[in-house]
Design a protein around this ligand. Structure first.
Ligand SMILES: Nc1ncnc2c1ncn2[C@@H]1O[C@H](COP(=O)(O)OP(=O)(O)OP(=O)(O)O)[C@@H](O)[C@H]1O
Length: 307
């Protein structure tokens, strides 16, 4: 568990992170979202002490980071940034193995870990292990950057706009990869972005920052249904709110017994996908692959503004 208590940072008397408190549960993804200059990166960089707090504290599994040696702290915390920060003259394997090497892991264990991570990121080790960063696409470089940050099985992974440089299609795939890998490894991740769509898609919890303050910290469905401030509402974009809400709910939650004509939809698909299929094929209900059906009426009820 990561406990952030009254964390504050001022640069030349200007407060850029203002009294932020939040608790991040082990094995979850927390996404910090806000406009440019709201203090997101500074908040993140105080967690691994790339910036020293002006006030407040961070505890990792009960231990205050202020009492740890910064470079030892940073070996326990993975850090992935936009543009991946890979060493250009080192192979993929050497890049991924950088921290385990610093920690003096035995060579065979490092090789196994590198191959395991490459497999996990769908990059066959035989093909990619010996390549240099320039011999990879932007999306592959980004995956290697994340694999490197995860290599030593850190207590925590901090990610600062990790997908910022990717085009929308690759970006979506990278987000799906990260969500899958996080579930598989049970990692604890704090990710910074200015993209609310990304925050809602990835976060178990979303932390919204406005001018240095944490204005809402809640699961995505709460953020959408009950934005705490006008600023949070603006970040969401009023028009898309029902669709965003539907994208968080699986078909399985509102399917019912009964039949419907035409192609079936998977129970794990979102209500947004189901709505899309209904509209596109002109149907009022769809059969569900695993049995039962999903109706337009049930989808609509879930998209209405909560009372
Ligand atoms: N080393 C520094 N010295 C002085 N001011 C700084 C320093 N680092 C950040 N700031 C200021 O602190 C404020 C918050 O910056 P920060 O990078 O945390 O915001 P951000 O929300 O991550 O923004 P962005 O999305 O643009 O990266 C900004 O006004 C920035 O200019």
């Amino acid at each position: 568990m990561i406990e952030i208590t009254r964390l504050t940072k001022a640069f030349d008397h200007k407060v850029v992170v203002d009294n932020v408190s939040m608790t991040v549960e082990t094995g979850t993804i927390t996404v910090v979202v806000g406009t440019s200059g709201s203090g997101k990166s500074t908040l993140l960089r105080m967690i691994n002490r790339l910036e020293e707090p002006s006030g407040g504290e961070v505890r990792i599994n009960g231990q205050a980071t202020s009492g740890m040696t910064p470079h030892l702290l940073r070996r326990r915390i993975g850090y992935a940034i936009q543009g991946n920060g890979l060493f250009p003259h080192h192979t993929v394997a050497r890049n991924i193995g950088a921290v385990p090497r610093l920690l003096n892991w035995p060579k065979a264990q490092i090789t196994d870990r590198v191959d395991e991570l490459l497999d996990l990121f769908s990059m066959p080790p035989q093909e990619f292990r010996h390549r240099y960063p320039r011999e990879l696409s932007g999306g592959q470089q980004q995956r290697v950057g994340v694999a490197r940050a995860l290599a030593s099985r850190p207590d925590l992974l901090l990610m600062d706009e990790p997908f910022g440089a990717l085009d929308p299609i690759i970006r979506h795939r990278a987000q799906e990869d990260l969500a899958r890998i996080q579930r598989q490894l049970g990692s604890t991740i704090i990710l910074v972005t200015h993209d609310m769509e990304e925050a809602i898609r990835l976060g178990d919890k979303v932390a919204v920052m406005d001018a240095g303050r944490l204005v809402q910290y809640a699961p995505p469905s709460d953020i959408i249904a009950r934005p705490a401030t006008r600023f949070v509402g603006e970040m969401l974009g009023e028009v898309d709110r029902p669709l965003r809400l539907l994208s968080l709910i699986p078909v399985a939650d509102v399917s019912e017994p009964g039949d419907a004509p035409g192609a079936a939809i998977d129970a794990a698909a979102s209500l947004r996908d189901a709505l899309s299929a209904c509209l596109w094929s002109g149907r009022d209900a769809l059969p569900v692959v695993q049995g039962g059906r999903i109706t337009l009426k049930a989808i609509r009820a879930k998209a209405e503004q909560p009372a």
